[in-house]
Design a protein around this ligand. Structure first.
Ligand SMILES: [Fe+2]
Length: 237
C-alpha cells in the first residue's frame, strides 16, 4: 500500500484501535499503522491526519515498512511527518527499512523526529491518562512453533532461523521487561505478525513472525493486545 492509498483510507475511516479499559476505567486509544512506504513524493500526505490524532488517540504506533527502500532521505520524510505530534510515537522498522543496509541511521532519523524506535526493547509512554508499556521488534520469517523451519542443514538455513530466533528472543525479553513495569496497559508491536491468524493456511505463515515467537495473545495478563501487521508471503513484503 502506498502512502497516498493510506491517506485515502485514513480519510475514509479514521478510527483508531481502542484497547478496552478496566470495567471502571477509561480506554486506551491506540492509532496503529504500518506499511506506509513513504518516499519523497509522499511528503505531507499523512501529516494532516496525524495532526488530528490527539482528538481520537492517545498514542501512535508505527509497525514498520515506513520507507520504500530504507534510505535516509525516505526516513527523513517519515520523521518530518511525525515531528512534534501531540501524542507519543513508538515505531519498529520493517524489511523495507533495512533494504538500504543502514537501519541504524534510519532509526536515528526517526528518533530525531520524535519517535521511540524499538528492536528487542521496550518503552513506557504516557498515553493520555495511562502509562502504556510497549515491547517491539521488526520480526522475521520462520513461522510459529510447530509450523516453522529449523536450524538444521545448510549454513544458510541455520543462519536464517537463528537470526529469526534472535529477534523472537529479543521480543520475549522486551515483553518480560514491560510485564515487570508498573503500567496500566501493555502492547507488543511488530512488523511481522506475532501471532498466526486462525483462518490462515499454515503454508502462508512460514514467512510470518519469527520461529518460536512468543504469543502475547495467550499470556495471562489481560492487557496484552497485538498491534503487529501480518505479512503476506509475497516478494518484497
Ligand atoms: Fe510492506
Amino acid at each position: 500500500m502506498t502512502a497516498s492509498d493510506l491517506a485515502a483510507q485514513t480519510a475514509a475511516r479514521a478510527t483508531p484501535a481502542t484497547v478496552p479499559g478496566p470495567a471502571s476505567g477509561p480506554a486506551v486509544r491506540i492509532a496503529a499503522v504500518g506499511d506506509i512506504h513513504m518516499g519523497e513524493e509522499s511528503r505531507g500526505i499523512l501529516r494532516p491526519a496525524y495532526e488530528t490524532l490527539a482528538d481520537c488517540a492517545d498514542v501512535l504506533l508505527l509497525a514498520g515498512d515506513l520507507t520504500r527502500h530504507g534510505t535516509a532521505d525516505e526516513a527523513q520524510v517519515v520523521a518530518d511527518e511525525i515531528a512534534g505530534l501531540p501524542v507519543p510515537v513508538v515505531a519498529v522498522l520493517g524489511n523495507h527499512d533495512h533494504h538500504g543496509d543502514c537501519p541504524e541511521e534510519i532509526a536515528a532519523i526517526l528518533t530525531a523526529g520524535g519517535a521511540t524506535v524499538l528492536e528487542g526493547t521496550s518503552a513506557v509512554v504516557q498515553a493520555g491518562p495511562h502509562r502504556l508499556g510497549i515491547a517491539g521488534t521488526k520480526g522475521f520469517g520462520g513461522g510459529f512453533a510447530g509450523r516453522c523451519g529449523s536450524d538444521f542443514g545448510e549454513a544458510e538455513m541455520k543462519s536464517f532461523i537463528r537470526y529469526s530466533r534472535g529477534l523472537a528472543d529479543g521480543l520475549r525479553g522486551a515483553l518480560a521487561e514491560v510485564a515487570d513495569c508498573d503500567v496500566g496497559w501493555r502492547s507488543p508491536i511488530s512488523r511481522r505478525s506475532p501471532t498466526p491468524w486462525p483462518a490462515s493456511p499454515w503454508r502462508s505463515t512460514r514467512f510470518w513472525a519469527a520461529t518460536c515467537s512468543p504469543r502475547p495473545s495467550t499470556t495471562p495478563a489481560p492487557t496484552w493486545r497485538c498491534t503487529g501487521t501480518p505479512t503476506r508471503a509475497r516478494s518484497g513484503g
